[in-house]
Design a protein around this ligand. Structure first.
Ligand SMILES: [Fe+2]
Length: 309
């Protein structure tokens, strides 16, 4: 009878007599113990305290939607690969928006401000969307009290201990989508019929540099989804995680993994990877919600796994 322990119970295996420091740094696992780490699931959650705190306009700075503790993640993260945050910029003050990510996708909830990034400048107003390349010095100077929402792939870079590539080789450029133009482009979509496989009318944001992939950044997608009064998006799932900003919808809610998440103004909803979800507008006005997903990542890896129920 063998007294050998199950290989799944074995600790890490070390080199016997390393000849140098590089050999000493080697470690070995086996087919029993290398693949049985159980990570906690990504929580499905709707952040309502963070937008409420941001809208109080107490202090210029960021308020993260951070679930890193419950995901056992060593750095701030809303989902494993993305971080959402609210940015508060009080009138007359400036917020440094230089972030360590490939890109961040921004939405202006309240206020007007002057953005400066590298050599470029833009006047921002309520309802504007913009895309900031990471690692390039940028700042927002508020003319009126401002609250913004931003999602970046900061955790993806932290996970891989990588830094953004800047300049001509950067994955994205600064792009500005003014509110008036977004409304016009959405009207263009609304004037066409949705086919049976399309849920609601959505405007998908892209940019010159990423137009071939129809994405806004290589790994992230941005969609302004709408639901007509008293309509719903059917239940479906995908392997990408989604971070959704509630822009308009009263009353409206989402079902995420059989849990009801009531919408409230400017809340941030997290849809975990592969979770069944659906969005429901019970109101008499159009519901609008801005969805960032790490869909480019999964699409590239051929693992999107989109399915309707
Ligand atoms: Fe979805």
């Amino acid at each position: 009878m063998s007294t050998a322990e199950d290989m799944a119970e074995m600790p890490v295996q070390l080199p016997r007599e390393p000849a140098n420091a590089a050999q000493a740094r080697s470690r070995y696992f086996n087919s029993g113990n290398a693949f049985n780490i159980k990570l906690p699931p990504v929580p499905g959650h709707i952040f309502v305290d963070e937008p409420a705190a941001a809208l109080k306009m107490e202090k210029t700075g960021f308020i993260d939607c951070d679930q890193s503790a419950s995901m056992q993640c060593a750095f701030p993260a809303t989902t494993p690969l993305m971080l959402a945050r609210y940015a508060v910029v009080k009138a007359g003050e400036t917020l440094d928006t230089t972030l360590s990510n490939t890109a961040s996708i921004w939405y202006v909830i309240e206020g007007s401000a002057d953005l400066s990034i590298g050599e470029e400048k833009a006047a921002l107003g309520k309802g504007d969307v913009f895309l900031l390349p990471g690692g390039t010095a940028s700042s927002i100077a508020a003319r009126q009290d401002g609250v913004l929402w931003a999602v970046g792939n900061d955790p993806q870079l932290k996970f891989d201990a990588s830094v953004p590539v800047t300049g001509a080789e950067a994955a994205v450029q600064f792009v500005h989508y003014p509110a008036g133009e977004i409304a016009h482009q959405l009207d263009v979509v609304y004037n066409r019929n949705a086919n049976a496989d399309t849920s609601g009318h959505a405007l998908i944001f892209s940019a010159e540099k990423t137009v071939a992939a129809r994405n806004i950044t290589p790994t992230m997608t941005l969609s302004l989804n709408t639901l007509k009064p008293r309509s719903e998006q059917p239940p479906h799932k995908h392997n990408s995680a989604a971070i959704t900003l509630v822009v308009a919808g009263e009353p409206a809610y989402s079902m995420v993994a059989e849990q009801k998440c009531d919408w409230s103004p400017w809340a941030t909803l997290v849809t975990p990877p592969a979770a069944k979800h659906s969005h429901h507008n019970h109101g008499s006005t159009r519901a609008e919600f801005l969805i960032v997903q790490d869909g480019g990542f999964y699409y590239h890896a051929r693992t999107m796994g989109f399915e309707f129920y």
